[in-house]
Design a protein around this ligand. Structure first.
Ligand code: FAD
Length: 454
């Protein structure tokens, strides 16, 4: 297909969902990707932990897609503000929304807004250089940190809080985060969950935490009562539970015992606990602890429910990080939005509005790894191509595509092209080279734009 005769589709958001949707579509259509920030790749840049560089290799595939003759990238364009979804619908045969889940779920407990309480979303954004989290400057002057939630993001946060600096300084963690962590007094991290060991949301990635140099695990043995008798579960859950059991119950031998004796930093899961209040210091100026309700389980397996026992327990801590989930936000009133589930309602990516589709975390809710996002984005792309074939998506009339949008944007904002991003990229990698890191990220939109247009 020549570019001019291609149907024109635009994608909103350049995270894994945007890029995987584009990758599948460019065989048959021309794709323009609009991204709010001057830099692409969404949570691959701003979510994935700095000590997981191998996960970021997907960027190579995304870059190939971005450089394809039928794909264009327009960064620095905030859809819903700089251009409306209606305007995009006027310019393209179809619009795919892939703008992720940028909000966070609140705990809904008193004291949640005290200094010393952060969402994992902001904390992760801070150490990964998300411009909006630049000023977070978390106070790490306390000894104990409590993380609420037991998923992989909670583990990332715990690892970053406790990792030896020698490990972190070879990663692309931001310099201000590295400096703050160098001064950190956090010695103990408790990872709290409503339910029990058989319900933890993290994956076998827990192994990294168990093996983290300079730290030792400390669990509550009683939490594991009956767990070893309940191992008839699917294999991933079985492996994870076995690791938990081994970590909690097995007495460490010789070398490991010696290693654990010599480390100061401690982490552990705390099960069957829900937050009811963040406790303030006497001056009410900052976090001094957290009140946890003690739960018991009703039922078993994934379906088990946490039920309050009426007992509570106070834990002293100066830092609380809530890692209870991300949440998609509505960006434009013309787009249907299910506020209860915080997604755009859809069937296999088809939004119940002509020529509108969605993929990624916006489509499914904020769960799953990049591979899950890839599959659901390919599904959405397939739905769109099927609709084109069946005539359900009308591509007969010519559409102006980026030409129309560019003239709208002229008065509003200047987009960043993929080649502009490559200038940012090369500046960041050069800055990284100078200090032995894979990259030193630019931390503000202004700096990014300056580098892009230099
Ligand atoms: P996102 O990656 O969030 O991309 C959305 C994009 O849309 C962003 O670039 C955003 O700037 C843009 N956008 C938002 N609003 C607008 C707008 N109005 N206009 C234009 N653009 C907009 N998965 C793994 O496989 N391995 C890991 O190690 C891993 N670590 C993770 C760590 C964290 C802390 C988190 C939160 C997730 C992690 N994941 C990991 C999961 C993975 O990041 C997600 O599966 C994936 O990023 C979801 O892709 P997405 O494109 O739907 O959303």
């Amino acid at each position: 297909l020549s570019t001019s005769s291609c149907p024109k589709v635009c994608i909103v958001g350049s995270g894994p969902a945007g890029f995987y949707t584009a990758q599948h579509l460019i065989k048959d259509v021309e794709v323009d990707i609009y991204e709010r920030l001057p830099v692409p790749f969404g949570l691959v840049r701003f979510g994935v932990a700095p000590d997981h560089p191998e996960v970021k290799n997907v960027i190579n595939t995304f870059t190939q897609t971005a450089k394809h003759s039928r794909c264009s990238f327009y960064g620095n364009v905030n859809v819903g503000k700089d251009v409306t979804v209606g305007e995009l619908q006027g310019a393209y045969h179809a619009v795919v929304l892939s703008y992720g889940a940028e909000g966070n779920r609140r705990m809904g407990v008193p004291g949640e807004d005290l200094p010393g309480v952060y969402s994992a979303k902001d904390f992760v954004g801070w150490y990964n250089g998300l411009p909006s989290c630049r000023e977070l400057k978390p106070d790490l002057s306390c000894e104990t940190a409590v993380i609420l939630g037991q998923g992989n993001v909670a583990l990332d946060v715990a690892r970053i809080l406790l990792s030896p600096l020698d490990i972190l300084k070879k990663t692309d963690i931001t310099q201000p985060a590295l400096e703050a962590l160098a001064e950190s007094r956090v010695q103990k991290v408790l990872i709290v969950g409503r339910r029990g060991p058989m319900q933890v949301a993290c994956t076998i990635k827990l192994r990294e935490m168990v093996n983290l140099p300079g730290t030792r695990p400390e669990m509550v043995t009683a939490d594991f009562e009956g767990v070893s008798e309940a191992l008839k579960v699917p294999r991933p859950r079985k492996r994870l539970t076995e690791l938990l059991l081994k970590t909690a119950l097995d007495a460490p031998r010789d070398k490991e015992l010696e290693r654990r004796r010599n480390v100061a930093k401690v982490w552990g899961f705390r099960f069957f606990r829900s937050p009811t209040e963040i406790l303030a210091d006497p001056g009410r100026s900052r976090t001094a602890g957290i009140r946890l309700a003690v739960n018991r389980l009703e039922g078993s397996g994934d379906a088990a429910r946490a039920v309050l026992t009426g007992e509570v327990e106070d834990v002293s801590c100066g830092l609380v990080i809530s890692s209870i989930g991300y949440k998609s936000l509505p960006i434009d009133p013309v787009v249907p939005y299910d506020s209860r589930r915080a997604i755009v309602p859809n069937s296999v990516g088809r939004v119940h509005q002509a020529a509108l589709y969605c993929s990624g975390w916006l489509k499914t809710g904020p769960t799953g790894v990049i591979a899950t996002t890839m599959n659901n984005s390919f599904d959405t792309a397939r739905s769109l191509l099927e609709d084109m074939d069946s005539g359900a998506l009308d591509v007969s009339a010519a559409k102006p595509g980026s030409q129309a949008v560019s003239s709208l944007l002229e008065e509003r904002v200047k987009p960043v092209a993929f080649s502009d991003w490559e200038k940012i990229d090369s500046l960041e990698t050069r800055r990284g080279d100078a200090c032995g890191k894979p990259r030193e990220k630019l931390l503000s939109v202004e700096e990014m734009l300056k580098a892009a247009w230099s």
